[in-house]
Write a protein that binds this ligand. Sequence first.
Ligand code: CA
Length: 331
Amino acid sequence: MGWYSWWRQLLGGDTAGAGKGRPPEPDAENTAEYKTPAAIALDAGRHSLRVGVVTTTGNVREHNEDNFFVPGIHTAGTAADRAPAVEIAGGGQILAKGNADPASDGPAGLFLVADGMGGQLAGEKASEMAVEIIPAELRRRLGGSEDDKTILRAIRDGVAEANQEILAQSHLVTEYANMGTTVVLLLFRGDRAFVAGIGDSRAYRLREDRIERLTKDHSLADALVGAGTIRPDEAENHKFKNVLYLYLGSKDARDGPEEIRSLDVRPGDRYLLASDGLTGVVRDDVITQMLREIEDPQQAAQALVNRALENRSKDNITCVVIHVDGPDSPR
Ligand code: CA
């Protein structure tokens, strides 16, 4: 949930924070889901990856303001024109909008999750712009380069460009006023992986059974922890937990991500990109266990989303799970 929802709750008198008040009744009709029919195998530079994706409107929301990008497939499209999910044999669904050519709309090895905020369709528009503009900008700016400096600059400038365009639309179009979105990005390039985030969508890495959170949340509650005003354990249910001080579509994000991490990549590494619909209700130790124990990334993404729904997440939920295969891994 972003700042807009928080204000809407506040003004509507519904100030129950996460974990407080009466939990919402799950609504089966509102859990529209988009997922890949099975894990997708991808070659990104020197690494073979398997990827699973699930995004769902969730228990209570009317729209899914989350969007994702995985090479060859993304959820871009507002509610009105979003391609319907197509049923396939076996009960799975595949996005009708998925692109058969993984390299046609973004660099191989790029993964994004964006969680939009704003009234009406504005949130969906902002997250849609993020998952369309950033892959296109990165593709254009990266070329074939595997040089760290070029990659870092491409990520910074590509994200800054998306920020600029979202800001411009929010100024130009009344119904998009004040729209914004989080973004979390993972790019495999050469023998390294690059991670950056703006907002409170997160990236995690599981390595040797231990999980590491790779991005920091840009919420006011986390800023208060940083300033020593509140304790870390007070932040989780703090009234400012869902108020972001940094997001795409804000002047403060004009220079792109504050930090871009460059990581070594090892066979066996597992990554998760997720919106706060997951991380707000599923603890890190549960995420660790599921990422570690479930061998298929699509099943892992589904199990994580299911757990968030069971835990009465009130938000849209998106999970992208990426496994870095070793030479002996199943393909
Ligand atoms: Ca959210």
